[in-house]
Design a protein around this ligand. Structure first.
Ligand SMILES: Cc1cc2nc3c(=O)[nH]c(=O)nc-3n(C[C@H](O)[C@H](O)[C@H](O)COP(=O)(O)OP(=O)(O)OC[C@H]3O[C@@H](n4cnc5c(N)ncnc54)[C@H](O)[C@@H]3O)c2cc1C
Length: 55
């Protein structure tokens, strides 16, 4: 968690826990639909990539 209490994520929405992602209002004080959609898309794409490479 950062000092504001949000889970820390990298530019790919990955948390410090392996294979765990966070996005949207959960991760930022800038609570906007556009931000949530963008972060959710990123998290989904990277999660998909991880699944493909772990087969
Ligand atoms: C009154 C209001 C007006 C707003 N107006 C605007 C606006 O005009 N423009 C704008 O850009 N943004 C606006 N926002 C902000 C915008 O709604 C949010 O930034 C956006 O919805 C965040 O999306 P999210 O997917 O992160 O979270 P959410 O949309 O909150 O989705 C989280 C989902 O997770 C579900 N959930 C929670 N806990 C669990 C659990 N344990 N298990 C399973 N599901 C769970 C919830 O039921 C919810 O459906 C407004 C917000 C509010 C409250």
């Amino acid at each position: 968690m950062d000092e504001a209490g949000y889970p820390m994520v990298d530019p790919f929405q990955k948390t410090t826990v392996d294979h765990a992602f966070a996005c949207g209002d959960n991760t930022t004080m800038f609570r906007l639909i556009a931000n949530a959609v963008a972060a959710g898309n990123k998290a989904g794409a990277v999660a998909n990539m991880e699944l493909v490479h772990h087969r």
